[in-house]
Design a protein around this ligand. Structure first.
Ligand code: PEP
Ligand code: MG
Length: 820
């Protein structure tokens, strides 16, 4: 091991300095070296060294190696302006460190979201004294040999001291002090003069030709510095140094930056709600007020007006609900809310007190909204949006106005504080490019509708989105929940090309007749998640090869009594008929937790997500289970039966016993599978696989239970990401356990429809993907571009990464490389 070797201080991708998006580094103004695009969360010592400085913003360190050369390690670009956020130094100036010892820990997710780039230059200071030879390329781990340092024959250095020494004092006006970039520029400026310049601050001093020395002065904004200059051009050098230090805008000058190597850029961070990419001008939605008549006629007249308006809206909702799909489902839910007598009785009572129909309706809604908001349950409070939506519908009917959706210019990105479900439903997905919300939640009805319509949507961007002006062109990456607020022309062209290419590929996938396969010919079953006959029809039209998840809750929710065995059988048969002879996996009732079934009289639980839900409900009510399994077995086409929320083998055995008994009566057999939604099921997959005919991973629940983060809680929404390496490891464990017994593994949670997850899932061994009908064609097209061997490699790499953000960045790059 030579003491002139530098070892990788980070894990990540080796990047030539020329590609670092900052001219100071790219043009080697501070010295020669290399950069690493990190995937871990700590900058470690690249060699045995003494720490010279740790910048007060925690983003950079300078070191003197035991071999005598000096090093600058600078985490990311423009990270000084984070003021220390996301960066935690582990050492202080003066510390002696060994190669591999952590110097600065950082929050990679935060840096990715908040800095123009995270690529980290490792610079050997003073290119006149040292050159470097790269040893590594591609991906490196901490401690891998990275660079060899090559001492150069010393050039003529500083001008000889001669004549009078000029002395001046000044104050540093640079907004972030003299950090790496201005230090490099100052060295450049001084080098042009025949002069010897020294800066003094406190008890320290440094030559103006040594960037590391200058950084070591720790000159913050407002610091006083004494400058001494000597030599033939001392006066000019001194004047230039003072002008430089006094220029508060020096850092805002253009950074002639080459293109970043990844999709990082200055941008706003939100939460993905419906996948896709959009580019277009912002169209800000302002909701037009609906005029409300406040002067009341006689109570009879007002009552009649109200009753007519309610009937009108109810009929419109019934019509919209009949169209089925996600939109129909939401409209049906609104219809059920409107039918609730509490609302209409309160409004009629208001009319009786002399209020106009409009004011009485507003008061009735306000009362119910207050009840929902005070429930303490965020998901219930989210339904207040649905009530506000109903308020507008009825007020519009009273005013004789049509209920119009937002009118959005073609190709615009709709930006709003929040959106009501009906406003999303009224959008034309062929006209609107995408949706970005200041507030909003990823599990709201508005988000579900956008996903069903194929409209990219990201939410919870906060005030930074509210500040962007109308008409500004932005790029919305709803796969990652990011907005680029000032894309240059090249970025816009590239985004439009990507959107057009994906669209063409989707159309080709829709039209393709053959079964879904990867580029190397591996068969992947492309199924759809269904909840109704309309969904099944849409899925078939999109090219789905079967149903990987029939959510049977739709039959049980929003009803006054349980559906009978015959009612269930009729509904299952209708969906099976719409699918033709395609396979269908029917999930047993999954209520409890966040899915209430009012008439079932489930107990109020303190912790419902961990209570009586999923298969536990059916096992606690044997008749319910017998009826549902009997109804499924009565379907003419053979169906597969799947149990939700399984945690133990005994639950699977209990379900299988019922299937065998009921099947015996009917002379039917059915495969029985298990949803892998609990960490318990994933960890014991090899045990479950002994008795299961198939697995389907419910990544929505598996993610919330693995990360201990409620999938419906907006406060933790940004963290509930199934690409978290912990979740990926459990998926890997599931596939390994299943492989021991040749049990096929599918995924029916939303990860299956996430472009960035698909390569990993296939690489881990998943052979069936079940996605919302609107995502079938896009995912099928993507699968056709993937090579299984490459998927296996990236899956292995992804599980070693520190965070979901790092996984997303890694797969984004992989997909870019294969042109997907
Ligand atoms: C899941 O949990 O991933 C799943 C598919 O089930 P649901 O979303 O219906 O709970
Ligand atoms: Mg689930």
């Amino acid at each position: 091991m030579s003491d002139l070797t530098i070892f990788a201080p980070l894990a990540g991708w080796v990047t030539p300095l020329a590609q670092v998006p900052d001219a100071v580094f790219a043009e080697k103004m501070l010295g020669d070296g290399i950069a690493i695009d990190p995937v871990n969360d700590a900058l470690c010592a690249p060699c045995d060294a003494t720490v010279l400085t740790v910048h007060e913003a925690g983003h950079a360190v300078t070191l003197r190696s035991t071999a005598g050369f000096e090093l600058i390690c600078h985490i990311g670009i423009d990270t000084v302006s984070l003021g220390g956020r996301g960066l935690t130094p582990q050492v202080e100036a003066g510390a002696k460190v060994l190669a591999g010892q952590p110097l600065i820990r950082f929050d990679l997710d935060y840096l990715v979201q908040n800095a123009p780039a995270v690529v980290t230059p490792i610079i050997v200071a003073d290119a006149t004294l040292y050159g470097v030879e790269p040893i590594a390329s591609g991906v490196v781990a901490i401690g891998d040999p990275l660079l060899r340092v090559v001492p150069l024959a010393a050039e003529a250095g500083e001008a000889q001291a001669s004549g009078e020494t000029l002395v001046e004092e000044t104050v540093v006006a640079l907004s972030h002090g003299l950090h790496a970039r201005p230090a490099a520029r100052l060295v450049e400026a001084v080098r042009r003069h025949e002069a010897q310049v020294t800066l003094y601050h406190g008890d320290r001093h440094a030559s103006a030709l040594s960037a590391v020395g200058l950084l070591g002065l720790g000159l913050g904004h407002g610091a006083t510095v004494r400058i001494e200059a000597n030599g033939p051009q001392a006066a000019a050098a001194l004047a230039e140094v003072i002008a430089f230090l006094n220029d508060a805008t020096v850092e805002e000058g253009p950074r002639e930056a080459p293109e970043p190597t990844r999709g990082e850029g200055p941008g706003l961070g939100g939460v993905p709600a419906a996948p896709g990419l959009a580019v277009g001008p912002i169209h800000r939605l302002t909701r037009a007020a609906i005029p409300v008549e406040t002067v009341a006629g006689s109570p009879e007249t007002e009552r009649q007006k109200l009753t007519d308006a309610l009937t009108h809206v109810r009929e419109a909702l019934v019509l919209a609900a009949a169209a089925g799909g996600a939109r129909g489902g939401v409209m049906a839910a609104h219809g059920a809310m409107l039918a609730d007598p509490t609302l209409s009785e309160a409004a009629i009572a208001g009319v009786g007190r002399g209020l106009s129909a409009g004011v009485a309706w507003q008061e009735a809604i306000a009362e119910q909204v207050a009840v929902l908001m005070s429930s303490g349950d965020r998901r219930i409070a989210e339904r207040a949006d649905d009530l506000r939506d109903l308020e507008r519908h009825v007020l519009a009917a009273l005013a004789g106005l049509p209920i119009e959706g937002p009118s959005v210019p073609a190709g615009a990105v709709l930006v709003a504080e929040d959106l009501l479900p009906s406003q999303v439903a009224a959008l034309d997905a062929g006209v609107v490019a995408g949706i970005a919300l200041v507030k909003g939640g990823p599990t709201s009805h508005a988000a579900i509708l956008a996903a069903g319509m194929g409209l990219p949507m990201a939410v919870a961007f906060g005030d930074s989105l509210a500040a962007l002006e109308d008409g500004r062109t932005i790029i919305l990456d709803a796969d990652r929940g990011l907005i680029d607020p000032e894309p240059d022309a090249a970025a816009q062209v590239q985004a439009r090309e990507t959107i057009a290419r994906r669209k063409a590929e989707m159309e080709a996938a829709r039209a393709a007749q053959g079964p879904c396969r990867t580029a190397d010919g591996t068969r992947i079953e492309m199924f759809a998640n269904l909840g109704s006959v309309a969904d099944a029809e849409a899925a078939v039209a999109e090219g789905a090869e079967g149903c990987g998840l029939l959510r049977t809750e739709f039959l049980f929710l929003e009803r006054a009594t349980a559906p009978t065995r015959d009612e269930q059988a009729r509904d299952y048969q209708a969906i099976a008929d719409a699918l033709g002879d395609r396979p269908m996996i029917i999930r047993l009732l999954d209520v409890g937790g966040d899915k209430p079934a009012p008439y079932m009289d489930l107990p109020v639980e303190e912790n419902p997500a961990l209570g009586l839900r999923g298969i536990r409900v059916s096992l606690a009510d044997p008749q319910l289970l017998e009826d549902q399994i009997g109804a499924i077995l009565a379907v003419r086409q053979p169906c597969r039966i799947m149990a939700p929320m399984v945690a133990s083998l005994s639950e699977l055995e209990a379900v299988r016993a019922v299937v065998e008994r009921q099947g015996g009566h009917l002379g039917h057999r059915a495969e029985v599978g298990v949803m892998i939604e609990t960490p318990a099921a994933a960890i014991s997959a090899d045990i479950l696989a002994r008795k299961a005919d198939f697995f389907s991973i419910g990544t929505n629940d598996l993610t919330q239970y693995t990360l201990a983060m409620d999938r419906g809680n907006a406060a933790v929404a940004a963290g509930v990401d199934g690409l978290h390496p912990a979740v990926l490891r459990l998926i890997g464990t599931t596939c390994d356990g299943a492989a021991k017994h040749d049990t096929p593994v599918g995924v029916c949670g939303s990860l299956a429809a996430d472009r960035l997850a698909v390569p990993i899932l296939l690489g881990l061994g998943v052979t069936e993907l079940s996605v919302p009908p609107a995502r079938v064609a896009a995912i099928k097209a993507l699968v056709g571009k993937l090579d299984l061997a490459r998927c296996r490699t990236v899956a292995g790499e992804a599980m070693e990464l520190p965070s979901a953000a790092a996984v997303r960045a890694h797969i984004t790059q992989m997909l870019q490389e294969i042109g997907a």
